[in-house]
Design a protein around this ligand. Sequence first.
Ligand code: SF4
Ligand code: FES
Length: 262
Amino acid sequence: MAGKTLNLTLRVWRQKGPKDQGGFVDLQAKNVSEDASFLEMLDAVNEELVSKGDEPIAFDHDCREGICGACGFVIDGEAHGPMKSTTVCQLHMRNFTDGATLTIEPFRAQAFPVIKDLMVNRSAMDRIISAGGYISQNAGNAVDANAILVPKADADEAMSSATCIQCGACVAACKNASAALFTSAKISHMALLPQGQVERKERALRMVAAMDAEGFGACTTTGACEAACPKDIQLTNISRMNREFLVANATKREKHSDGGAG
Ligand code: SF4
Ligand code: FES
């Protein structure tokens, strides 16, 4: 038996390119299956636009399984839409009301310039990772489980920090467009594991410096990032990042005052 369908009005942000001023355009989404995902709904709208010779709405997507972090825009003021812990590719139309008007716009942040329509350039996040979000030694093949002992609590914390998919919703949800939740998740997951210890201090210093240099705002710990995060990354990561940074900075100063390198 066919499921229910919805008719919606979409107020979509259309912007031809980075220099275009952009603006909202009303489009109709008709006979949308409640089982469709939000992106599948946009696919259908795009097919209709293309059949009329109009430009399709540009939006990012890749896995459509909530794991790659490519998708993301704002629906009615909420990054990734109204459902908690859900990316827009995993958001289903059954969560919306027939006849509703939905406002859809790109993530807004100075560090995320609009490329086109709902697509923004999130390469600032790649540059934060490039600044230190890796282990530079060749770690060789995977070793046997438990060959390197890790306390269970640390392993759990590291695993949950590592689930960040670099989607940028935390930045879009923050009134200061801070990237603190993202950066802290990436710093945390390696700071908690034995493999991450060698470059731990340099990593914290470099990634925080890169985050600031990219024009992301300061964190004021309002928690909007945590609420919008589709992967439930916790604010405690930000406390850990601040601790990592302070210790690394203090150690660096001590070394300098001793006349040492660092
Ligand atoms: S912390 Fe959450 S919202 Fe921010 S980039 Fe990672 S997964 Fe996305
Ligand atoms: S398309 Fe990969 S997380 Fe949404």
